[in-house]
Design a protein around this ligand. Structure first.
Ligand code: 5GP
Length: 180
């Protein structure tokens, strides 16, 4: 195990996106959102658990009149998606007629994202945009356009910066990728 490697439970992970690259990307994404939504009132919807650190870092750089709320979904057991979404904390904000930006930590198959988008559509929001820190293009199976993508990554399991492996690793300041 080298300095850039860490062990979580039974698995070895190697640093993949360093802390400063994450920081620069968050600044860039927030800057683009500030320009694109200038003069608008926006509600951000963070998808817990994984997005909480990205959401906090992004949101504090938003200069718009903005609110943030969170929903909590679960679809993963270990390092594979179960494909079935469970809503652990639901929708409690009135989103009718609002401009909404979904904040995702990572989009893999897109099942979770589709679930979130469907829930916004039935709530009659005015417009839906999506920002995700990470996207796995090879795994993505949906046609929903993702407006802001931080990093496109290979189809490997990652942890850190909010993302976990069986509950651990969320506090790592960088993103780490599973060593096969
Ligand atoms: P999807 O529904 O797009 O297949 O999966 C999205 C959710 O699965 C993410 O919000 C995240 O919770 C989890 N997920 C997908 N890929 C990874 C990964 O590489 N690492 C971790 N820790 N979670 C992932």
């Amino acid at each position: 195990m080298t300095a850039s490697e860490i062990q979580i439970h039974d698995k070895l992970f190697r640093e993949y996106i360093p802390e400063n690259a994450l920081h620069d990307k968050v600044v860039e994404l927030a800057g683009r959102i500030n320009i694109d939504f200038a003069g608008k009132e926006v509600i951000f919807v963070g998808v817990l658990n994984g997005s909480f650190i990205f959401a906090a870092d992004l949101f504090r750089r938003i200069k718009l009149k903005a609110r943030i709320t969170f929903i909590k979904l679960a679809s993963y057991a270990g390092t594979t998606s179960s494909g079935e979404i469970r809503e652990l904390i639901g929708w409690n904000e009135d989103l009718n007629g609002k401009s909404v930006i979904i904040i995702e930590d990572i989009v893999d198959t897109g099942v979770t994202l589709e679930h979130t988008v469907d829930n916004l559509i039935i709530r009659n929001v005015k417009e839906i945009s999506i920002v995700t820190l990470l996207l796995k293009p090879e795994a993505y199976r949906k046609n929903i356009h993702i407006d802001y993508v931080g990093f496109e990554i290979p189809n490997d399991f990652v942890v850190g910066y909010g993302l976990d492996y069986d509950g651990e690793g969320r506090n790592l300041p960088a993103v780490y990728s599973l060593v096969p």
